[in-house]
Design a protein around this ligand. Sequence first.
Ligand SMILES: NC(=O)c1ccc[n+]([C@@H]2O[C@H](COP(=O)([O-])OP(=O)(O)OC[C@H]3O[C@@H](n4cnc5c(N)ncnc54)[C@H](OP(=O)(O)O)[C@@H]3O)[C@@H](O)[C@H]2O)c1
Length: 323
Amino acid sequence: MRYLDIDASSRISKIGLGTWQFGSREWGYGEGYARQAARDIVRRAVDLGVTLFDTAEIYGLGRSERILGEALGERRASVFLATKLFPVLPLAPIVEQRAVASAGRLGTSLLDLYQVHWPNPAVSDAVIMRGMSAVQRVGLVGEVGVSNYSLARWQAAEKALGARVLSNQVRYSLADRAAEKELLPFAARAGRMVIAYSPLAQGLLSGRYDRSHRPANRVRAGNSLFLPENLERAGELISVLREVADAHAATAAQVALAWVIRHPAVTAIPGASSVEQLESNVAAAEIELSDDEQAALSAAAGRFRPVTGPAAIPAMVRARLRR
Ligand SMILES: NC(=O)c1ccc[n+]([C@@H]2O[C@H](COP(=O)([O-])OP(=O)(O)OC[C@H]3O[C@@H](n4cnc5c(N)ncnc54)[C@H](OP(=O)(O)O)[C@@H]3O)[C@@H](O)[C@H]2O)c1
């Protein structure tokens, strides 16, 4: 495993583990996964040097936090534990109460990183950060983070907190490079980090899926990347991933992760449906892409133009009716 070069209370692995999948109905991995596989994944991840574990109070309505906390058990002290507040009404007393509840479910007295899951369009960060500051002051929270924030709002959050907001967790992969414009340069300049979520574009970049073999679960049914036409459009990008992967005796998914974490301020938190996937994702931290490979992948990503947003709605409806 490799670790971020950042000033933090403990080491933060370049490949972490995302746990939205744990106990969540929308991923549809079932009870066997929640009761056994998820726990095996966590324990194996710790064995392999993963320190960053990401969950949220909203995942499985608290179940993901519970599964993660139980699976870590005594090994909690050796990891960097991150969870998120769903900021519906983030007044200070509510933030405090929710942080305590998350810590309880995780079985810990310290949340190493407490993130605001989404920017609340109606409530300013001055309000949210009052609560974040309180939980940080009393030692329940180590670092404050945000998620899905623009650069302007990330900086506004720092101003409101009066201290650094260590991280911004955003979607970042070969299928979505918006973070490169402002967030990555800021993070590199200011000693902050970007936590890349959906670094495999929810499995699209593994090359496992195509027009005739689409994943069946609610998360991906709602993701326009998995529309038949977009799976087809992704074909060239997947071919380049496979070509680079062959040169490293690796898989397309591993190369997709290696591309994401090549930036020094980025750590990725792929989810995993099995221990084997987790092991493969961890091994991606050891892949060193050459400048040419990185450029070829970026160029192929630039040519991938999926149908998204309102333009994708008719096709999404058609795809649902066909299921
Ligand atoms: N802050 C936010 O708003 C936000 C939003 C989304 C996610 N997140 C966080 O980010 C984490 C990861 O994002 P994500 O789950 O959306 O997407 P992801 O990590 O890109 O995709 C995860 C899925 O890809 C497949 N996969 C994983 N490793 C693989 C491998 N080695 N080979 C082939 N397939 C593999 C698995 O699905 P199959 O095996 O079923 O194909 C797995 O469930 C989440 O768990 C969550 O913690 C945060």
